[in-house]
Design a binder for this molecule. Structure first.
Ligand SMILES: NC(=O)c1ccc[n+]([C@@H]2O[C@H](COP(=O)([O-])OP(=O)(O)OC[C@H]3O[C@@H](n4cnc5c(N)ncnc54)[C@H](OP(=O)(O)O)[C@@H]3O)[C@@H](O)[C@H]2O)c1
Length: 214
């Protein structure tokens, strides 16, 4: 699967359709959606309007809600998701071989990531930017300034160098263009910069707690 994708949580309608088109035009080929985001139709519209990009070229991830688990309910939820996305296949429904979890310097999930690595499960990091909150962090900004990069790029590069795929969400063209594989792959954080970011671990989550959802 691609290492860098577009997150879509909380984005809908024309704004999201435009964001998906910016991402596709910038070369991004992974779109992360979910039934619960209520934006699968918008992703489908963007794909249809992108014209020359074939469905097979884009890696689409969706998710079935925790209340739709179990063979019958999951099968029916999946076929509804496919209908909304106007496709006859998904590249990933979140389940083993891929584990999508919250990962950023304040919440690194090292034991879980080590377990995934040992068991050949690819970690996809969400909330890489701390849902936007980490973009004003002094350590992150200092490293960004020294490299001539944005705070978002430093956080995404930290995710990639930590072995994760990243799926930052934005509806802004210039932010999406700054968060493509191309924009993130031609430079790296030094060992001392990685060490400074690793030292930020604080057990601080920004998203929901999957262990208490039901
Ligand atoms: N499996 C799960 O349970 C789960 C949970 C949460 C999220 N996810 C997935 O992971 C994706 C990413 O996580 P997330 O959306 O929670 O948080 P995130 O990607 O860490 O942060 C998104 C926020 O950062 C802002 N932003 C993005 N790029 C920026 C930049 N260069 N400069 C300044 N602000 C910037 C965005 O605003 P703008 O849009 O205005 O740019 C948005 O408010 C989600 O969209 C979703 O697809 C999955």
């Amino acid at each position: 699967m691609p290492s860098v994708g577009l997150g879509t949580y909380k984005a809908r309608g024309a704004k999201l359709t435009a964001a998906v088109q910016y991402a596709l035009a910038a070369g991004t080929r992974l779109i992360d959606t979910a039934t619960g985001y209520r934006n699968e139709e918008d992703v489908a519209r963007a794909m249809a309007e992108s014209g020359s990009i074939a469905r097979e070229e884009v890696f689409i991830t969706s998710k079935i809600g925790p209340r739709e688990m179990g063979a019958d309910q999951a099968a029916s939820a999946l076929s509804s998701s496919l209908a909304r996305l106007k496709t006859d296949f998904l590249d990933c429904i979140i389940m083993p071989m891929v584990n999508q979890i919250e990962v950023h310097p304040l919440y690194q999930q090292r034991p879980l990531r080590e377990y995934c690595k040992a068991n050949n499960i690819q970690v996809v990091a969400y909330a890489s930017l701390g849902c936007g909150e980490l973009l004003s962090n002094e350590t992150v900004l200092g490293i960004a300034q020294s490299l001539g990069k944005t705070a978002a790029q430093v956080l995404l590069r930290w995710g990639l160098q930590s072995g994760c795929c990243v799926i930052p969400k934005s509806v802004h063209r210039e932010r999406i263009q700054g968060a493509t594989w191309q924009a993130l792959s031609e430079w790296q954080l030094s060992p001392s910069q990685m060490k400074a970011l690793n030292a930020m671990e604080a057990g601080q989550k920004f998203c929901w707690d999957p262990s208490t959802v039901l």
